[in-house]
Design a protein around this ligand. Structure first.
Ligand SMILES: Cc1cc2nc3c(=O)[nH]c(=O)nc-3n(C[C@H](O)[C@H](O)[C@H](O)COP(=O)(O)OP(=O)(O)OC[C@H]3O[C@@H](n4cnc5c(N)ncnc54)[C@H](O)[C@@H]3O)c2cc1C
Length: 433
């Protein structure tokens, strides 16, 4: 997906943040020349008092990548990559998208170790939010990062890892671009393998138990669940999908996702329609037997863009939320959602749930212990009223997450109040000041 720069305005995936910028800066695509270009840009900005915002694919939703009347540094051209097949480490420009990286690694029988559910994001944006995905029982992406090269606000190029400049390393990972520009990243990669898919329908109050039983198996390489959002039996059921390693030959070619059009039609028809939502959940339960034992390569699963489900309605937009809840509180959190969400009369399209292990790499961490991430997709009006309504719901859900010693994910709308931010992220005080 592209977000065009029209008359100096740029926006992000929320479609709520169109803002005029002073300049769009291009770092070029050459590893060593780009270092110089970015260092000079940083020095010039500091002399002229202009702020620099850094953007990858701009799929964050809170204007994180845009500074009003500032310089927008578009990292996408910086997308070189080189695989070390002995060490299994990929060196990659921060602007490269997973949609470039997955096909590149596929040629070498390798794959990304941890990334989001879709391939539309840049590696720089992904490590700056410390993303996580369908890979169960592992920490977020930061644990797969070997080292990074960063240009600081003084224009210095600094290489950081666990053994050198370790503090800067932990601040930049999950640091939302506030500690410098990530130029490139060394990432551990894994083998591309074939997986067999299985799906299970479970009661939502047994989600954690079922997820654990199904995913705590060395052969299960990917797992996630979806909980039903149709009004007939709201949040009572879940479908857990697992992908288990098999020994078959890896199919070499990456294809366009199977059933893509059908899945999009069923999904979008459920927006703003209770009938559509009930129908979709029935269809998804019927698909369980169709999907069972289908085989996919890891890279095939990772190589789907966000466009499959994307909203094209100009009056409305799809907004994500994510709440991280400690294991013991998953069931009571679901019970709270059952009461709160219907009372706000919003259009909730989807909830997926996957776990993420304790993160010991980043400073501003959202997983200080094992957490289950509830990813919620809402469809809302692009109006001040639509925003205000969602803001109130978001603040309510953040309070509930905090009451369960949970956190909320920071790439989305900036609706948290300051005290909520400080409670959810007690490290924030020393991170920012
Ligand atoms: C449809 C959709 C699905 C998603 N699914 C998931 C998911 O499964 N798991 C998950 O964890 N997240 C998910 N996200 C959130 C996503 O991971 C983040 O928004 C991520 O930042 C997107 O990468 P990006 O390249 O678009 O980053 P951007 O939005 O471009 O940037 C994000 C942040 O990183 C900073 N940044 C970007 N590049 C650099 C750089 N080179 N150096 C320093 N700072 C930089 C930016 O300034 C900004 O603060 C999803 C988002 C959407 C819209």
């Amino acid at each position: 997906m592209k977000y065009a720069t029209i008359n100096g305005y740029i926006d992000d995936a929320s479609r709520l943040n169109a803002t005029q910028v002073f300049e769009v800066a291009d770092p070029g695509s050459d590893s060593s020349k780009s270092l110089l270009i970015i260092a000079q840009l940083v020095k010039r900005a500091s002399l002229t008092g202009k702020k620099i915002s850094i953007g990858g694919a701009r799929h964050s939703m809170g204007g994180h990548t845009i500074s009003k009347n500032g310089i927008y540094l578009d990292m996408k051209p910086l997308n070189y990559m080189q695989l070390d097949t002995v060490e299994n480490v990929l060196t990659v420009g921060a602007g490269a998208l997973w949609s470039d990286i997955v096909p590149y690694l596929n040629q070498y029988g390798r794959s990304v170790a941890v990334m989001q559910t879709n391939n539309s994001f840049s590696v720089g944006g992904s490590i700056s939010v410390n993303c996580h995905g369908w890979q169960p029982n592992v920490p977020p992406i930061a644990h797969t990062v070997v080292s990074i090269r960063v240009i600081t606000s003084r224009g210095d190029v600094i290489e950081c890892g666990r053994d050198q400049n370790a503090e800067l390393f932990s601040l930049v990972l999950g640091g939302y671009g506030l500690f410098g520009v990530v130029v490139d990243v060394k990432l551990k990669v894994v083998r591309n393998e074939m997986y067999t898919a299985r799906q299970y329908i479970v009661n939502s109050n047994e989600y954690v138990k079922a997820f654990r039983e199904l995913s705590h198996n060395a052969r299960v390489a990917m797992a996630y669940g979806r909980i039903n959002v149709n009004p007939d039996n709201f949040l009572e059921e879940a479908i857990i999908s697992t992908f288990e390693k098999d020994t078959g030959n890896v199919s070499a070619a990456l294809q366009d996702g199977p059933y893509k059009k059908l899945r999009r039609t069923v999904f979008r028809a459920s927006a703003n329609s209770n009938y559509g939502k009930n129908l979709r959940w029935k269809a998804e339960k019927m698909m369980v037997s169709l999907i069972r034992n289908k085989r996919f390569s890891r890279n095939q699963l990772l190589n789907e863009s966000v466009e499959v489900f994307q909203n094209t309605d100009t009056s409305k937009t799809d907004i994500l939320h994510e709440y991280f809840i400690p294991t013991a509180s998953v069931s009571p959190f679901i019970d709270s959602l059952k009461k709160i969400i219907p009372s706000y009369n919003t259009d909730l399209l989807n909830i997926t749930i996957r776990n993420v292990e304790k993160d010991t790499d980043t400073y501003l961490r959202y997983a200080s212990t094992e957490m289950f991430g509830f990813v919620m997709l809402f469809n809302q009006y692009r109006t001040p009223e639509g925003e205000d309504y969602m803001k109130r719901l978001t603040q309510k859900l953040i309070d509930v997450a905090i009451s369960f010693k949970g956190t909320y994910y920071l790439p989305y709308r900036l609706h948290a109040q300051k005290d909520q931010f400080l409670k959810a992220y007690p490290q924030a005080d020393s991170f920012l000041f």
